[in-house]
Design a protein around this ligand. Sequence first.
Ligand code: PGA
Length: 256
Amino acid sequence: MKTYIVGNWKLNFTVGEASIYLHKLLKTIPKYRDTEVVVAPSALALQPLSLQVDRHIIKLCAQNGFYRDYGAFTGEISFSQLRGLVDYAIVGHSERRYVLHEDDKMIAKKMAAAIRNRITPILCIGEIESERAFGETKDVIRDQLIGGLSEVSDDDLSKVIIAYEPVWAISSAKSARFATPDEVAEVVKIIRETLEETYGKKAAEGVPILFGGSVNPSNAGGYLTVPGVNGLLIGGASLILNEFADIIETAKRVRA
Ligand code: PGA
């Protein structure tokens, strides 16, 4: 399986800044056969960047999309409009769950909409600090996973990526702390087992699972060697070109 290194730029960079960053990144990294390098700029930048990017080296990702293809939905951007511009889309990021109140039902519809528009959804799941403290991590992970995939058919499971992002480890969290590789391993195992129960062992094995939460050049190697982890979803460090390039280099080295 490939290794996925995904940079989530969130609400950062103007279109011009995004274009300059992409230009530099394209010059910095050679094509790594087994590493899929992906960046998720703001929606405004996707159109110009899709004309600029070399898709053999870097793929584009949307940070969100709406579940209906067209209609009276003021302010939304549909996956049908994103079709052709991006290869991937982040769905159900914790900032959308907790700041913008998206629930599993809406997230499930978005997963289906991405797939029907030939965009690979990256489904983000993860517990908040108090849920972990109360021993609810397993239940939360299972609920978010089963809920988020409820409109994904058996045949379409191979078109999905899962990202485990413990909300308490994301750099913007009030008292963010680094997840230990053991903590990540434990939850990745729960994800894989839940997929197995629902879709069977073979199908479950083929689903890439990424980790995200304060990933940086110093800890990336540790997370990438956790059993069952197939890549990283990176926020803050992906905004700094040298750090993001370093993480890509690490991925190439540790997973060679
Ligand atoms: P972070 O963000 O790397 O800044 O913690 C990760 C994410 O929210 O996807």
